[in-house]
Design a protein around this ligand. Sequence first.
Ligand code: GLY
Length: 442
Amino acid sequence: MNVLLVGGGARENIIGQRIVDDGGILYTVMGNLNPGLKKISREYLIEKETNIERIMDWNPVKNRNIDMAVIGPEAPLELGIVDKLNKIGIETASPNSVAAEIETNKKFMRELMEKYSIPGNLKYYYFTEFGAIKRFIKGIDFPFVIKPVGLTGGKGVWVQGDHFQTKDEAIEYCEKIIMENIGGGKGILIEEKIEGEEYSLQAFTDGKNVIPMPLVQDFKRAYEGDRGPNTGGMGSYSMSDHLLPFISIDDYNFSLNILQQIIDALRREGRYYRGVIYAQFMITKTGPKIVEINARFGDPEAMNVLTTFRGNFVELLNNIAKGSIHQNFYFEHLSTLVKYVVPEGYGNSPKDNQEIHIDLNKIYETGAKVYFGSVNAVDDRILTTHSRALAVVTKAEKLEDAYRTSEEALKYVSGNIYVRHDIGSPELIERKIERMRKIRSI
Ligand code: GLY
């Protein structure tokens, strides 16, 4: 089966690898020359993932030499790549633009949850006009979060106490969102701030059935100890029981039920969702709450779950694309750890065009795997871009063993790079458990 994959990051590298491992032939569109994807693709096109016109005009697509498509990132979904592919008869294991609105329009997501009385929603207020939001913020008497309604690459959300302290700072940021059209000029949500630990629940769905993957915790802040600017995600872990140390089976079932209700609500609205849906939850004193919903695999979370996926991935994608999935796959009961290597300065002013030295053989000897992200292969050198460079992925029964292997493997990557070594460490996990214990007991 010929599969079109759009995206050039580490998430797409593992998706592509699974496709090829399970007999698919890969045709990749990527904005950078990802060495991992280059190696496994039958053909590739170096092009921005948002240049839909050019992708549609690429020979394998134009000549309908593609049997099925998978879209990695969210931006092409918003621009209707799936709608266009479907129109020329190419089936997709990713949602069309109206279904993907669950991610691309945060106001739509909150309203949908409200309309169908889905639990886990937050108090929210929507604004498009600066004067109105300024007046609202001046009168507000609860901690809040500022969210541009549209896509911001995971970097647009400002949380009181983390990204801003005073109301003046909040108002200034709202003005910036409006003046600079951050999030595509779709307006701003003010949401109540909640306290707790975030976790990711990803699932495969054909628009009706929802089959969950193991829970993952992702670390968005750039620096150790969860400090610094928000990033796309610096690393993530999952546990062998498919839960997290601070999530009970009841929390998990409740979360999964929320996700099922969202898929059902979308279907009732005539928005048939096919693909991976990924809910970012926060566990709070009063239970699981939805932080946001994404219309794709998480990055890095895709690498946690696809590392333990057992089954035929191409067959699963094809069943999703055809609108009929069933559980003929499973996930190994192992812990996983993903650590991103990023260019120095990532989060603020990352240094691009820096050479990274990677001793792949030594890394493989440790048992770790490497997936390439936003780097460029130039001759036999690997150069950084402004984004995450590569991911080191390990698995073991116990997370502490996956952590040890990961730290060993990371010794064989050097250059002007930065890694959050604390992710997955026993100390950090203990801190998370302790924090949730305190929040629950207050
Ligand atoms: N893990 C963050 C994201 O994929 O949006």
